[in-house]
Every structure is written in structure tokens, then in C-alpha cells.
Design a protein around this ligand. Structure first.
Ligand code: CTP
Length: 406
């Protein structure tokens, strides 16, 4: 899938730069042409010579290299690329890109290009979560840059958290998906995942057992199938799949707003989140003391994200999930009709089934058809469900265009 694709790899200062030799080797093996541009700081972590040897091309490190500018000037280089991948991307480079700076060759190229830019951050976990970095990430995402990771795990400074560069194998798959004939190539998929938390007071909340595993597996499978993916996630401990843009939320209200804000321009919506149907009518500002012998908790309804999105955007192919302990098919079909969905995926829950497990089985229905998937690990099931969604969406689009021309 990468044959003759031209990838400009921007390497910036970070210990993960040593992994770029493997990344380049993998891309070349898949048939890509790779041209490497390094920042000054990157050359402190891996010699330019190494990346020149594996890429088979001279590595550019400076805007002021006369010979290189005579051969392939920086503007030509910006136009040469089919994809610009920056890996590892330091906090400083991300900040300079967000600011529109052109203080070195790499940032200049990025400003002078109309090609897609993908960014694989690598930095300390606090640098990543710093609001300054997060603002820069939001700015770049809004301008169309795709973020891959960072992965969660042990960092160079022996701390654990988000900040690791996504592994070369995953970056390779990400690049392949950008050019692939994946079943969702060119589609923008929006997904909700995980539970929500509904505060009772500053230290207590109502939640449920959802681990987010199915939603994150769906996000990974959609990205692998070539889709652009936006994932709105409740509080879960799950690494962001490569190539997926993640928006973290806590309450159902926040998930509702984030999802509806992200919906315009999307083609498919997959609601895997286990949204709390109710929230406390009143959340205390300070911790509730156990003075009273008994307490009452008044609950009020949360907005229905899936129903609201399907009503507002009937053109988006919407898929709901129905987790049931009994009468699965009747309840699931009822939900599909009530919420005006294009498809429903029903699964059994309770006693070791569904929530927080690695394996799952689904009964999938759409107007006029049904199919069983699994039991299988959630990753495999997600891939099969994505294939089915793509097939049904294509059929629905074809039907809609027939209806319009009739
Ligand atoms: N959903 C949602 N927003 C809500 C509640 C549910 O988007 N506030 C979505 C879930 O992500 C899932 C589907 O709707 O895709 C599940 O619907 P559910 O809440 O189970 O349906 P109900 O009709 O409320 O049925 P029940 O009585 O079982 O709660």
C-alpha cells in the first residue's frame, strides 16, 4: 500500500529519535520513498548518517544548506511529499508549528505545504498534559493535523504516563492506512466510548462498569480501515489508538456537547459509550457529611447523545449499542427504531459477559437484516463490525441516491 508513496519524515529532539532508523527501514520495505529532515536537537539523539543510510537519501538538517537548496529546495521538498510525518515530535516543535513559526527547515516545510501532516508526540507526561501543549495540539488538530499517540507507558525518565512515541510498527500501519484502500478510506468516524461520571459531591460520583475496551477497539479498527477517527472518551485507562483524535470528557453533559460539536462533517457515528441515563439533580459543592441516618438521592435524566445526534444529523450513518441482560433482540430493535438508527449492535451483559471482558459476541441488526458476530476478542469483533458497517453504509448511500433520483 505504500509503493512509491513519498513520506517526508521530520525527526525532532527526543530520545525516541533512535527508533526512527527502524521506522524508516519499515517504510522503505513497504515500498515508500523516505526523505528525512532533522532538527538540530534531533541530531544529538541519532546521527544523520544513520538515517541517510537507511533511507538511501541525504538527510536535510538546515535551511541554509546551499548545495541542498540547489538540488531540492525546501519548497520543492514540501511539495514532493505525499505525507509529512513528524516522529518523534517534541513539545517545542509542536509549539512552533502551532505558532506558525518557520525558524528551521522542518517548521518552514510544514508552513509551506498543503500535504497532510501527521504528528507522533514524544515527551515527558507533564509536558504533554500541560495546558500550553494541549492548546497547541487543539490548534493543530483544528487545522487538520492528525495526532498519533502519544502512547501510555514507561517514559525515558522512569515515570509512567502518556508521552511515549507510538512504536514504529504502528506508525508504519498508520502511514499505510493513509494511502490504503481500507473499507472506510475517506470517511470521518465519530465514536463515544467508556462510562460517564455523574458527581454527587466533589469526591463521589455515580458511574458504571464500562471499561471502554470495545469503543477503543472500534476506534483502532476504524483508523486501520483508513477512516479519520474522533473518539470522545469518558474516564477510562486505555491508550489512544494510533491516528485517532481523542477528546476526554467526564459527565454525560460534557460527552453530549463534545460529540454534537464534533458531528458536523462526520459520515459515521458509533455510540459505544455506556452513558449514565441519570445524574444527581443536585451536586453538592462541598463533601456531604454523614450526619443524617439516611439520605435520598434525587436523579434526573441525562440527554440522550445518540438520539439527539441521529435526529439532528440524519445523513450520518448512526450505530447504537444495546447492552441487555434479557430479551436482547426485542430491546435492541426497539432502541434502533426509537432512536432512528441505521444499525444496532446488541450484546449480553451480566455475570462475566460484555463489560470489562476481553471477549465479546454481538447480534447486529439493521432495517431488514441481522447478523451474529463472534464470540471473539474485542479487537477481532471490532474489525468484523467495521466491515459490516462499511457494507451497510455503502448500501444505505446507494439506496438514498436511488430515492433522490426517483
Ligand atoms: N446512549 C447515548 N446517550 C445516552 C444513553 C445512551 O448516546 N444518554 C447510547 C449508548 O451509547 C448506546 C445506546 O444509546 O449506543 C444505548 O441505549 P440505552 O441507554 O441502553 O437505551 P434506552 O432506550 O435508554 O434503554 P434502557 O432502558 O435499557 O436504558
Amino acid at each position: 500500500m505504500l509503493a512509491n508513496k513519498r513520506i517526508l519524515l521530520g525527526v525532532t529532539g527526543g530520545i525516541a529519535a533512535y527508533k526512527c532508523a527502524e521506522l524508516v527501514r519499515r517504510l522503505i520495505k513497504r515500498g515508500a520513498q523516505v526523505q528525512v529532515v532533522m532538527t538540530d536537537n534531533a541530531t544529538r539523539f541519532i546521527p544523520a548518517m544513520t538515517l541517510a543510510a537507511v533511507s538511501g537519501n541525504a538527510v536535510r538538517t538546515s535551511l541554509w544548506d546551499e548545495q541542498a537548496e540547489l538540488n531540492m529546495g525546501h519548497i520543492e521538498l514540501a511539495r514532493w511529499a505525499d505525507l509529512i510525518l513528524i516522529a518523534p515530535a517534541s513539545a517545542d516543535t509542536i509549539a512552533r508549528l502551532a505558532g506558525g513559526h518557520c525558524s528551521d527547515l522542518l517548521t518552514t516545510l510544514c508552513l509551506a505545504t498543503d500535504r497532510p501532516i501527521a504528528i507522533a508526540p514524544a515527551m515527558n507526561r507533564l509536558m504533554w498534559s500541560n495546558p500550553a501543549t494541549q492548546d497547541n495540539v487543539s490548534k493543530l488538530t483544528a487545522r487538520g493535523a492528525q495526532f498519533i499517540g502519544p502512547a501510555v507507558g514507561e517514559l525515558a525518565e522512569r515515570e509512567t504516563g502518556p508521552g511515549r512515541m507510538v512504536e514504529p510498527a504502528e506508525l508504519e500501519e498508520f502511514c499505510a492506512a493513509q494511502f490504503g484502500e481500507g473499507v472506510l478510506a475517506g470517511q470521518h468516524v465519530l465514536i463515544t466510548a467508556g462510562p460517564t461520571r455523574e458527581p454527587i459531591d466533589p469526591v463521589r460520583f455515580i458511574t458504571n462498569r464500562s471499561s471502554g475496551k470495545m469503543g477503543f477497539a472500534m476506534a483502532a479498527a476504524c483508523a486501520d480501515a483508513g477512516a479519520k477517527v474522533t473518539l470522545v472518551a469518558g474516564p477510562v485507562v486505555q491508550p489512544t489508538p494510533p491516528g485517532v483524535t481523542r477528546i476526554d470528557v467526564e459527565t454525560a453533559e460534557q460527552m453530549h456537547k463534545a460529540t454534537l460539536d464534533a458531528a458536523p462533517g462526520c459520515d459515521v457515528f458509533i455510540a459505544t459509550a455506556a452513558v449514565a441515563d441519570y445524574k444527581p439533580g443536585f451536586a453538592a459543592d462541598s463533601k456531604i457529611k454523614k450526619d443524617a441516618a439516611s439520605q435520598q438521592l434525587d436523579l434526573i435524566r441525562n440527554p440522550d447523545i445518540l438520539a439527539d445526534l441521529a435526529a439532528k444529523h440524519p445523513d450520518i450513518f448512526s450505530i447504537g449499542f444495546a447492552a441487555e441482560t434479557d430479551d436482547l433482540q426485542t430491546y435492541a430493535r426497539g432502541k434502533m427504531q426509537r432512536k432512528k438508527l441505521d444499525m444496532i449492535a446488541g450484546n449480553w451483559v451480566g455475570a462475566g459477559k460484555g463489560f470489562d471482558t476481553d471477549d465479546n459476541a454481538l447480534w447486529v441488526a439493521w432495517p431488514g437484516g441481522e447478523q451474529e458476530l463472534g464470540p471473539a476478542p474485542k479487537g477481532v469483533l471490532a474489525r468484523d463490525l467495521v466491515a459490516l458497517i462499511a457494507k451497510r453504509q455503502a448500501a444505505a448511500t446507494e439506496q438514498a441516491s436511488k430515492d433522490n433520483s426517483a
